[in-house]
Every structure is written in C-alpha cells, then in structure tokens.
Design a protein around this ligand. Structure first.
Ligand SMILES: [Zn+2]
Length: 217
C-alpha cells in the first residue's frame, strides 16, 4: 500500500532538537574522499549526499545523509542511507531470516515499542525538515514520508539501522535491536572494512600509490 500522505507539524522542542542534531551531523560534511568511498561502496555516485551520518571506527562512512531533493529535482525521502558493505550484508541476512515478521508482530503487540517507533518517525521527519530548510529544498512530494516502513510497519531494516547509526541509540527501537542482532558481523566501533580509511589516504583508492613516488616511473 502506498504511503498515506500526512501533514506533519513540529513543536518548538522537536525543531530545536533536530537543529542541534543537524548541526552536529553537518559538521561531518561529505568530502570528495567520502563521496569516492561511498561510490565504491554502493557502486554508484551518491547524488545529493551532504554529510556522513556515521563513520566506522577507522573513519570510513557507514551511513550517508542526503538532501530532500537531488540536484536534478528528484525528491529523496531516504535521508539516512546505509552504505557500509559489511552492514548491508549483515542486515540483509537478518531480513532474509524472517525477522521482519517478528518486528511487525512486536510493533502490533508492544505499545511502548510502537510509541517509540512513531516518535522515531517524527524525529526523522523533523531532521529532514531542518536539513531541507538549510539547503532550500522543498519537501512537498515527500511530506510525511520517512523510511523503512515507519511510522507503523517495518519494511526495510537497512533504512532503520541507518537512522540508528546516524542519530545514535535511543531513537529508533527497531534499528537499535537490529544493531544488536548483527553485532558479530557489523559494529560501528569495530572496524571490519576491507580497506580502512587510513590506508586509503596513504595509498589512494585502488591500493596504488598516489603517483608521487620519488623513484620516478
Ligand atoms: Zn573501518
């Protein structure tokens, strides 16, 4: 079923919180190196990416932050996008193992989790609203739409874990539970990257030297 459009308004506290969060996240503004790494991770250039939501212990991007509207005008509701190959693989396994059904049952039966999940949806939207204002992007076509099936279904754990990584624990309960489930394969505090950030800086993107070798070639 298509997302029902709703007009969401935020109170002063929600906006204030989103502004602080946005400021903090935009401090990790996406550099050219970040964009190149994400391009390698996703196999496509990350259009509209403005910041790194969360980095691996080594510095590699784990989740991207994307504008509400891409340069060509395409509306983009998925503000937080999971880009770590290790995380994507681990979360795909969780999805394939039938945990979506379990999470949806949990949402239907546990009112506390359901309320936290709805709040995560609002925090997602408030963040995007503040971000959109900063960049002058209009959100008309994605109004009320967050990601991952929020506010009342679980449809994509990748989107939810990306929110947990970018906003930190304690915001999205399902994203947090997914983080716990994949801990042995993916953990933002444990680098399992094929090429850690430092090595990239030293050797460039394809493991070759940067061409400044003294021996001459
Ligand atoms: Zn790493």
């Amino acid at each position: 079923m298509a997302h029902k459009k709703e007009n969401v308004t935020f109170d002063e506290n929600e906006i204030k919180k989103a502004e602080l969060r946005c400021e903090k996240i935009l401090a990790g503004i996406a550099t050219e190196t970040d964009c190149e790494i994400v391009k390698e991770q996703l196999g496509r250039f990350p259009r509209g990416m403005v910041a790194v939501g969360r980095r691996c212990a080594c510095g590699n991007p784990l989740a991207t932050v994307t504008r509400a509207k891409l340069e060509d005008g395409t509306p983009f509701p998925t503000t937080f996008y999971l880009c770590s190959p290790q995380a994507v693989r681990a979360v795909s396994k969780v999805e394939a193992n039938g945990h979506m059904k379990r999470f949806n049952e949990l949402l239907a039966s546990d009112m506390t989790v359901a309320a936290e999940y709805r709040k995560a949806h609002r925090e997602y939207l408030a963040f995007r609203h503040v971000l959109a204002q900063k960049f002058g992007d209009d959100e008309e076509h994605i109004s009320g739409i967050s990601a991952g099936g929020m506010p009342d279904r679980v449809k994509c754990l990748h989107a939810l874990i990306a929110q947990s990584l970018s906003m930190g624990r304690g915001v999205n309960p399902i994203g947090d539970m997914t983080l716990d489930m994949v801990k042995n394969e993916f953990d933002p505090d444990v680098c399992r990257c094929e090429i850690p950030f430092r090595e990239r800086e030293q050797f460039g993107f394809d493991g070759k030297s940067d061409g400044k070798s003294e021996s001459g070639s």
